[in-house]
Design a binder for this molecule. Structure first.
Ligand SMILES: Nc1ncnc2c1ncn2[C@@H]1O[C@H](COP(=O)(O)OP(=O)(O)O)[C@@H](O)[C@H]1O
Ligand SMILES: [Mg+2]
Length: 503
């Protein structure tokens, strides 16, 4: 069976491994934006090949697909979906695993995702207001209180500003910060011409984050185990937001801090969003879908955003845990024949993934770029781990160079987090820089201390949402009393309006 995989990074390397380990003896072809040595190797070992071209140009992808004539095309990242790559391929008769342009608007437009949840009163929704004009956004944030200012579009994990504003005496200073945030967001979003709204201001919540990924053919929904990502750059969740510095998964479908009831509520939210999305865009959803969730005191499971693809690095975390033939699952989804499919998961095994990034990422990517690095794959495998190549490319001298983002992911698994964490720390030591430019990773991902910390945090919010549940006030936003201003209501309304012509 011939498979064409579209995409360039760590997520695609994980998918490549899942595809080539199939019983269906796949010949893997990859279309990547750059010569990722890991993807190149997987393709060549399977008898296929890696092509380099811009993956967001539908014409490029179709050209390669016509050359390869694959039985299945798997589109990994969101940007090709936003650019209509999946639609273009389907129109030409290819079977594709991946969301169409209209279906992927659930990720592309954070406003559309919020709108859909409000329109159908789906639990786990946050109050929000979306703005087209910068002046309106700036005026609004003066009174908005405790909010998050975000780009209204998915911009690759950059630009979300969480502004905790619970101290009345700091209000003036916070106005400045919010106004500046609105301005920067407006600037960033103006690069993209495919959303109507630019600034999204929404209610700030706190709690424990996790990702719920599923595979669907539009009618049958196959849940995968929950995964927790670690988006902050440094230990103890400090520092800048990144694309994800590592993740953990297991045991079973749960996480140590998410219980069965919360898992089920999460799955219900994900299913309902999928169903309503398909009604709204009048198209069948085929591919991976994920809810990026937070367990909050407000609702319990709460939706932060949705992905129209597998999470990166979330899918890597499932690599050592999936026991069934994953290519068969992808193929059946693409053909609309997923009904009855199962993904066997080794319940007792937990996994820990750690990203290794060049210093400079995520704020000074130019400095983080162009450093030769090497990885001792055999040593890492000797530990029972795997290594995935992410933002690295093959140089003309045959060496591997950083491209400015997360360079590698080590993937480890064991019967306990303690052990998986221990081996993951050994595994990262086999990733080295050849020019002395420092690399960093988060040593706390998967550690007992951090897992315990999440359990405590989840317990705290669980007490709050359970008491709200008993009082029938789940999802209700507090009013607050401010000195000199009295009771302040919720300034965030829910505009049930959706004008993005593009969706
Ligand atoms: N409403 C919110 N309340 C609190 N934190 C939030 C909220 N929205 C986002 N965040 C934080 O910001 C991070 C990034 O936001 P998200 O909407 O996922 O954007 P992206 O991943 O596209 O940058 C989240 O993982 C979460 O930690
Ligand atoms: Mg996110």
């Amino acid at each position: 069976m011939k498979v064409l995989l579209v995409g360039s990074g760590g997520r695609e390397h994980a998918l490549a491994k899942l595809i080539t380990s199939s019983q269906m003896s796949a010949k893997l072809y990859v279309l990547s934006d750059y010569a990722n040595p890991g993807l190149m190797r997987e393709a060549e070992l399977s008898g296929g090949k890696l092509f380099v071209a811009t993956t967001t140009f539908p014409e490029n992808v179709v050209k390669i697909a016509e050359l390869v004539s694959p039985d299945l095309v798997v589109v990994g990242p969101e940007e090709p979906q936003f650019h209509g790559v999946v639609d273009y391929l389907r129109e030409r008769g290819f079977y594709v695993f991946g969301a169409s342009r209209r279906c992927s608007s659930i990720e592309r437009s954070k406003v559309f995702a919020r709108y859909l949840m409000w329109k159908h009163s789906i639990p786990g929704r946050l109050y929000y207001v979306a703005f087209k004009s910068l002046d309106d956004a700036r005026e609004f944030v003066k009174y908005a209180g405790d909010v998050v200012v975000k780009p209204a579009r998915q911009v690759g994990g950059k630009g979300v500003r969480v502004i905790k504003d619970t101290k009345a005496f700091l209000s003036e200073a916070k106005h400045q910060v919010k106004s500046e945030a609105a301005f920067k967001t407006f600037e960033e979003i103006s690069k993209y011409g495919d959303v109507d709204y630019s600034v999204l201001v929404e209610q700030r919540v706190d709690g424990v984050e996790y990702t719920a990924q599923v595979v669907t053919d539009g009618s049958y929904v196959l849940p995968l185990p929950l995964v927790q990502d670690h988006p902050h750059a440094y230990e103890l969740d400090l520092g800048y937001e990144t694309g994800g510095m590592g993740c953990i998964s297991g045991p079973g479908h749960l996480l140590p801090f998410i219980d069965q009831g919360e898992y089920e509520t999460t799955q219900k939210i994900v299913r309902e969003v999928l169903e309503r999305l398909q009604e709204e865009v009048k198209e069948r959803y085929t591919g991976a879908f994920a809810g990026q969730m937070m367990l909050t005191g407000l609702w319990g499971p709460t939706a932060i955003e949705y992905y129209s693809r597998f999470g990166d690095p979330e899918i890597s975390c499932l690599l050592p845990r999936v026991e069934s033939d994953f290519l068969e699952v992808l193929d059946r989804a693409a053909r609309g024949a997923l009904s009855g499919a199962k993904v066997g998961v080794s319940d007792e095994v937990v996994s820990v993934v750690k990203a290794v990034a060049p210093v400079g990422y995520p704020v000074s990517r130019d400095e983080a770029r162009g450093h030769p690095v090497t990885v001792d794959v055999e040593k890492i495998r000797g530990l029972g781990c795997e290594v995935l190549y992410a933002s690295v490319e093959l140089g003309s001298d045959g060496r591997t160079y950083t491209k400015g983002s997360r360079a590698f992911e080590v993937v480890c698994s064991a019967s306990s987090y303690e052990e998986a964490h221990r081996v993951s720390e050994l595994a990262v030591s086999y990733v080295t820089s050849l020019d002395g430019w420092p690399l960093y990773h988060r040593s706390d991902v998967g550690s007992s201390e951090l897992v315990e910390e999440r359990i405590r945090e989840a317990e705290r919010v669980r007490r709050v949402y359970r008491s709200k549940h008993l009082r029938g006030t789940l999802g209700e936003f507090f009013t607050v009393w401010l000195p000199g201003r009295g009771v302040v209501g919720n300034p965030l309304l829910s505009p049930l309006r959706w004008e993005d012509e593009d969706s």
